[in-house]
Design a protein around this ligand. Structure first.
Ligand code: G16
Length: 544
């Protein structure tokens, strides 16, 4: 085996977004494109010679090819050991789990998350650091800078590695270890949650559920954990076989893209509990019979009930949520007398808080929930957390959320997405809001009066780093909020996200439809931001 130095030229468009570099597959298929980015990652790191790298992806189209490329480059760049999931597979939370458990130097995750896959779909790559979490902005910016002047990369002339058999193989002086992608992660879940109790609930015959893996990576994890370890019937698992094109679907666990599951839970013979996860297994959606739990409410409920699970019995250090996530968790933190941290969108911002022991639970409105057990959000973890609560409380999902609202008040919440709009128009919308922000406080819109308005900036309480321009916040005197920001994960045009939130303390007013409850705020958002004008769209593409 020989090490090769391959000449290349820089690509101008390799700046990582909210969660790594995401592009259409044909973009990644350009000669040297993937290699350039991988070399830019390695060149931005120090001291990895002889250390361990974890590599795996969500199994989407191009995953197998990319893994072979990365293996050769990891060998040529001097890693001592590379741990790969069998078949090149790892869910994003499992990569985080393995990095931590095996004390690896870092890991590479291949995924474009919930974005569709296939030859014309999306592909993605991101680097995770030794704590198991996404690289912080300091590193992602260094990767981007390096990518802009890269002239060559290192690889080897070796054959493809057999990815389908667990075991160790030597390539040059690097050990390639192919492992079962599920076992370590499943063991960790068994340690955090009361599997005996969940199994009794499932065996009782009084409880039924569905889990939709959406033809993506959580299929094998769900089979091992839900079916093999907890006794859930195979028929309760939907789309549990991963496919390279995710069955042509859009594995985003929300009311629009997980419609099949939603129809079952809102149908006449609905089971008691429903859940779904996304392409790479880090997102989750929680449903009850005829009932949808917003991710923001889910975080609040988990926090309020964490003491009922073995893993969190000792209490929470603090809760962190991304800025656009509703303030429902703030009320729980307040009651528990613990700190609430508001961070920019992106799981990477939770890493320092978790490492410093400041937060135990974290959540995002974008169907992400997780804790200090890993440094990624974790789809099945959230499902198991809910199952543990249901097994202990022996109430329906609907009864649990209603009781929560009665106790804490309800934060009506919705997100309206305008996907794939013209990037210039979306940019102008944000610019005009930024310019107007200072003049909004004190203005009245119907019953609402603007209390504050700003472009959210975050100073990390651990390392003092400042992240600016993280979204426009318009807060009203009654605690309601409108937030607008541009997505950092799309691959076509721009995606504008409008987040709406209204607080309702009166139990008699807590069972409205969220869109009805938020109708005034939706109108006010249009009046202030002129969304139709700037996006040239009459309505959002996705409402969750
Ligand atoms: C990623 C990030 C999340 C973020 C989400 C949406 O999730 O990890 O932290 O909330 O994108 O980001 P945006 O609003 O910028 O599109 P995932 O599941 O896509 O990796």
């Amino acid at each position: 085996m020989n090490t090769l130095e391959v000449k290349t030229r820089p690509f101008p468009d390799q700046r990582p977004g909210t969660s790594g570099l995401r592009k259409k597959v044909p973009v990644f298929q350009q000669p040297h494109y993937l290699e350039n980015f991988v070399q830019s990652i390695f060149d931005s790191l120090e001291g990895f010679q002889g250390k361990t790298l974890v590599v795996g992806g969500d199994g989407r189209y191009y995953n197998r090819h990319a893994i072979q490329v990365i293996l050769r480059m990891a060998v040529a760049n001097g890693f001592g050991r590379v741990i790969v999931g069998r078949g090149g597979l790892f869910s994003t939370p499992a990569v985080s789990c393995i990095i931590r458990k095996r004390r690896a130097f870092g890991g590479i995750v291949l995924s474009a998350s919930h974005n569709p896959a296939g030859p014309d779909g999306d592909f993605g790559i991101k680097y995770n650091i030794a704590n198991g979490g996404p690289a912080p902005e300091k590193i992602t910016e260094a990767i981007f800078t390096r990518s802009r002047n890269l002239q060559c990369y290192l690889t080897t002339d070796s054959d493809d590695i057999d990815l389908d058999t667990a075991g160790e193989q030597k390539l040059g002086s690097t050990l390639i270890e192919v492992i079962d992608p599920v076992a370590d992660y499943a063991d960790l879940m068994e340690h955090l949650f009361d599997f005996d109790r969940i199994r009794s609930l499932i065996d009782s015959g009084l409880f039924s559920m569905r889990f939709d893996a959406m033809h993506a990576i959580t299929g094998p994890y769900a089979v091992e954990i839900l079916e093999n370890r907890l006794g859930v019937e195979p028929e309760a698992l939907m789309h549990a076989t991963p496919r390279e094109d995710f069955g042509g679907g859009h594995p985003d666990p929300n009311l629009v893209y997980a419609k099949e599951l939603v129809d079952v839970l809102f149908g006449s013979q609905a089971p008691d509990f429903g859940a779904a996860s996304d392409g790479d297994g880090d997102r989750n959606m929680i449903l009850g019979r005829q009932c949808f739990i917003t991710p923001s409410d889910s975080l609040a409920v988990l926090a309020a009930n964490a003491h009922l699970t073995p893993g969190y019995r000792q209490g929470l250090a603090g809760i962190a949520r991304s800025m656009p996530t509703s303030q429902a968790a703030d009320r729980v933190a307040d009651r528990l007398g613990i700190e609430l941290y508001e961070t920019p969108t992106g799981w990477k911002f939770f890493g320092n808080l978790l490492d410093a022991g400041k937060a135990t639970l974290c959540g995002e409105e974008s169907f992400g929930t997780g804790s200090d057990h890993l440094r990624e959000k974790d789809g099945l973890w959230a499902v198991l957390f809910w199952l543990n609560l249901l097994a202990v409380r022996k109430e329906s999902v609907h009864a649990i959320i209603s009781a929560h609202w009665r106790s804490f008040g309800r934060n009506y919440y919705s997100r309206h997405d305008y996907e794939g709009v013209n990037a210039d128009g979306a940019g102008e919308l944000i610019e005009s809001l930024r310019a107007a922000a200072g003049s909004l406080p004190g203005k009245r819109y119907g019953d609402y009066e603007v209390a504050f308005s700003d472009d959210f900036a975050y100073t990390d309480p651990v390392d003092g780093s400042l992240s600016e321009h993280q979204g426009i916040r318009i807060g009203f005197t009654d605690g309601s909020r409108i937030v607008l920001r541009l997505s950092g994960t799309g691959t076509e045009g721009a995606t504008l996200r409008l987040y709406l939130e209204r607080y309702e303390p009166d139990p008699a007013q807590q069972s409205l439809d969220a869109q009805d409850a938020l109708a005034d705020l939706i109108r006010i958002a249009e009046e202030i931001a002129r969304i139709r004008h700037f996006t040239r769209r009459e309505a959002p593409t996705v409402i969750t």
